[in-house]
Design a protein around this ligand. Structure first.
Ligand SMILES: *[C@@H]1O[C@H](CO)[C@@H](O)[C@H](O)[C@H]1NC(C)=O
Ligand SMILES: *[C@@H]1O[C@H](CO)[C@@H](O)[C@H](O)[C@H]1NC(C)=O
Ligand SMILES: *[C@@H]1O[C@H](CO)[C@@H](O)[C@H](O)[C@H]1NC(C)=O
Ligand SMILES: *[C@@H]1O[C@H](CO)[C@@H](O)[C@H](O)[C@H]1NC(C)=O
Ligand SMILES: *[C@@H]1O[C@H](CO)[C@@H](O)[C@H](O)[C@H]1NC(C)=O
Length: 380
């Protein structure tokens, strides 16, 4: 399951909307000989790696008709193509060429193959290099297609939305515009509100009209966990049973991990609260937040309700999990909103500052702070 960076939620939902679930867009897979280090001619000489990109020429009217480029973010690029219907919705109308470019160090675009993440090689995973990749790729493809006059518009969502906006700032000669959807540029720069993220998550749970008791019940469920966690063996077993854990809780640190696991479930559901079933993150029914709230408020026991409403994200529709392995399903890392890859963990520890934890005041979660010091300690 891909775990992605989670950004400004409602805007993100707009970009990643699909007319139909599981759309199957036509594309060809291509590879571009990309410079490994754009800024140091001595470090890797003229060495290149194969950068993958996906191209759809079906709607392109050629010549000076536009080129839409999706600036790939932190996962396999096919995932973004399959879940970004917006480009395919509008391409026919504009007679546009569509390109999805893969981000270096993700998917197949590994500059040093399976050695890309060694200490000596990971340093070229940097936003400056990524933007130079996209600018170089765009110019190279235009040349190949004899489309020198085609205006290029960059598109991106979440971290990819940051990249599309940065591309326009840094390479205005290459892209005439950028659609940056849910790209938290200000927060990632370490300025502005650091609590906005879980506040927004709470607002979305509060907005489910069919389940007005949802947020109060979630809070009761969390209160029950902290009460039981103090009661030794019997209390820990009661929590473990409610959450159907494979390995019953033994320690307070495991209880802490369970709280992060719950928070990660509910937060991620809000980022993929599409009105149709989707498999962008997890394999979820339509309106998963509504479904989760229905489960949370359906049980007479808030603990059981919170367990059922959180398991939904990890087990998905027609899930196959026999029991819950909180460590297998959630890795603690430098991003308090969740992580799933070494690459993203590295990026959040270097260039992209992510929101702090929860405080139980501006959000519905227990107080689970996440300071810069804690971020440094989590590097995996
Ligand atoms: C890289 O540089 C070497 C030595 O200067 C040259 O022989 C080689 O053809 C160059 N390779 C590419 C892909 O330009
Ligand atoms: C890494 O890649 C090399 C060269 O492609 C290959 O020989 C080796 O088996 C790979 N190692 C692993 C652990 O996949
Ligand atoms: C889910 O909840 C939202 C917010 O109350 C509502 O607009 C939407 O219609 C609900 N969806 C379904 C299928 O009930
Ligand atoms: C609510 O509980 C009833 C009885 O246990 C069950 O039949 C129903 O499927 C539950 N609904 C949801 C949304 O979980
Ligand atoms: C996951 O979902 C399946 C049904 O699809 C269910 O049988 C199973 O009990 C669920 N697993 C957990 C841990 O709830």
């Amino acid at each position: 399951m891909a775990r992605l960076f989670q950004a400004t939620i409602p805007v993100l939902l707009a970009l990643y909307s699909l007319p139909f679930a599981m759309a199957d867009y036509p594309y060809k897979t291509m590879y571009f000989d990309q410079t490994i280090d754009h800024f140091n001619f001595k470090s890797h000489g003229n060495q290149t790696f194969k950068q993958r990109y996906l191209i759809t020429e079906d709607y392109w009217k050629g010549g000076s008709y536009p080129i839409f480029v999706y600036t790939g973010n932190e996962a396999d690029i096919t995932l973004f193509l399959q879940n970004t219907g917006f480009l395919y919705d509008i391409a026919p109308q504009f007679g546009a060429l569509v390109i999805f470019a893969e981000h270096r160090y993700y998917g197949e675009s590994l500059p040093f193959g399976n050695q890309s993440y060694t200490a000596g090689n990971v340093g070229l995973l940097a936003i400056e290099q990524v933007l130079a990749d996209y600018a170089t790729l765009i110019q190279g493809v235009k040349k190949q297609l004899k489309a020198d006059n085609a205006p290029v518009v960059a598109f991106g969502g979440s971290y990819g939305g940051m990249l599309s906006a940065y591309l326009r700032f840094k390479y205005p000669n290459v892209v005439v515009g950028a659609i940056s959807s849910g790209g938290p540029i200000i927060s990632a720069a370490g300025i502005g509100s650091q609590t906005y993220y879980f506040e927004d998550v709470t607002k979305i749970f509060n907005s489910v009209e069919a389940s007005p008791r949802c947020v109060p019940t979630i809070k009761q469920g969390f209160a029950k966990i902290s009460e039981l966690a103090m009661q030794g063996r019997a209390g820990l077993d009661q929590i473990s049973n409610a959450f159907r854990l494979c390995n019953p809780l033994q320690t307070q640190s495991q209880v802490h991990h369970l709280l992060l696991w719950i928070r990660n479930s509910l937060a991620t559901l809000t980022t993929v609260n599409y009105p149709y079933p989707a498999a962008f993150e997890g394999n979820l029914p339509a309106w998963p937040v509504n479904v989760s709230c229905a489960m949370i408020t359906n049980s007479s026991d808030p603990l059981q309700g919170l367990a059922d409403g959180s398991i939904l994200f990890y087990n998905g529709t027609h899930g196959s999990l026999k029991c819950i392995d909180i460590y297998g399903e959630l890795m603690e890392c430098s991003d308090a909103t969740g992580c799933g890859s070494q690459g993203w963990d590295y990026q959040v520890c270097t260039e992209v500052t992510r929101p702090a934890g929860t405080n139980g005041v501006t959000d519905m979660f227990p107080s689970l702070p996440f300071t810069e010091k804690m971020r440094e300690r989590t590097i995996v």
